[in-house]
Design a protein around this ligand. Structure first.
Ligand code: ZN
Ligand code: ZN
Length: 341
């Protein structure tokens, strides 16, 4: 039985997290439209993008939207048309909600750049709720036998981290520098290590440095420390523009820096010789394609990463975001709707 109403959180007044931008509300359970499915949420992991949306660093696309785009749940209803998915299937709902499929970017396999793309928890209500709708062609099938809280962080932290790793052009057996070590970084580091990389982690959090060492990083240091060897590739996970020149200066000749985040504070002026010359590259990462998502979830199924999670009851979503803002989350914060945690 699907109830008429559900519990949800909405971004009521975008602003600093201390001002209480999130509001706990009752909403009607949404109806799946044509080609959509209705998903009952088991768990939703918290992404830094949720914080950017809540604090207004990313402008709202519509008022009072439910955030959350790392959702594990079960399909409980299908809209009109063929969805190819049966009620009862376990699926993941991620950030990329829909793309046009017609534009020059979609045609060349770069649907992440589609100007008409829409996003879960930004253009449509997300997973800080008991139910959400998703476009059937954009959900990922998930295994039944893995706890929801271990799967949820894979859906953005994992997938976007994977795209960032691809964008960083890490050579086989190369040296990878990771700046910032939260939810996405700790998953990406494990994939890089399996690929035979040597991993260097720069982060201000002592707990995160301990986790990095535990996971197999060769060297850990403070946020702006210089790694002991020049890097072939680096990924900037911290949303801190001041770290761009720091990371570029740490690159070897021909090295690449990928900026993983959707939001970055301003980058200070660069010096061509110190930061870019000798064919160093600076790249951004914009969302992901479904192919990236499928590829990462296959890797994660073949070699399940250790997922460091901090569990929050559904009622404590605002606390989870406050803790993320205050750097108090080690790994991934996960909201659980059910008592599976
Ligand atoms: Zn398109
Ligand atoms: Zn995200």
């Amino acid at each position: 039985m699907i109830p008429a109403e559900m519990d949800a959180w909405v971004v009521a007044r975008p602003g600093p997290i201390a001002t209480g931008p999130l509001e706990r509300v009752r909403l009607p359970v949404p109806q799946p439209g044509p080609g959509e499915v209705l998903v009952e949420v088991e768990a939703c992991a918290v992404c830094r993008t949720d914080l950017h949306l809540t604090e207004g660093e990313l402008p709202p696309h519509r008022p009072r939207t439910v955030p959350g785009h790392q959702v594990v749940g079960r399909i409980v209803a299908c809209g009109e048309g063929r969805t190819g998915l049966a009620p009862g299937s376990r699926v993941g709902v991620a950030w990329l909600r829909w793309t046009c499929g017609q534009c020059r970017y979609c045609h060349r396999g770069a649907e992440n750049l589609c100007p008409w793309s829409t996003y879960t928890g930004w253009d449509a209500d997300g997973g800080y709720a008991d139910y959400l709708t998703a476009v059937a062609n954009y959900v990922y099938p998930l295994p039944d036998d893995v706890p929801a809280e271990r799967l949820a962080p894979l859906l953005c932290a994992g997938i976007i981290g994977h795209r960032a790793l691809l964008r960083s052009d890490l050579p086989p057996g190369g040296r990878l520098g990771i700046y910032g070590f939260g939810s996405s970084a700790h998953l990406t580091a494990q994939v890089a290590l399996w690929m035979g990389a040597t991993v260097y982690v720069m982060t201000r959090s002592e707990k995160a440095r301990a986790l990095a060492t535990e996971l197999g990083a060769t060297w850990v240091g403070g946020a702006t420390d210089t790694p002991p060897e020049p890097l072939d590739s680096a990924i900037l996970f911290a949303p801190v523009g001041e770290l761009v020149p720091v990371a570029l200066a740490a690159l070897d000749r021909g090295g690449t820096l990928a900026v993983a985040g959707i939001h970055l504070s301003d980058i200070p002026s660069l010096n061509y010789d110190a930061h870019l010359f000798r064919e160093r590259s600076l790249r951004s990462v914009t969302a992901n394609t479904r192919a990236d998502g499928r590829e990462f979830l296959e890797i994660a199924a073949a070699r399940p990463p250790r997922v460091a999670t901090v569990a929050y009851p559904f009622d404590a979503a605002d606390q989870a975001l406050r803790d993320l803002a205050g750097d108090r989350v080690e790994g991934s914060a996960v909201l659980s709707t059910f008592s599976s945690l």
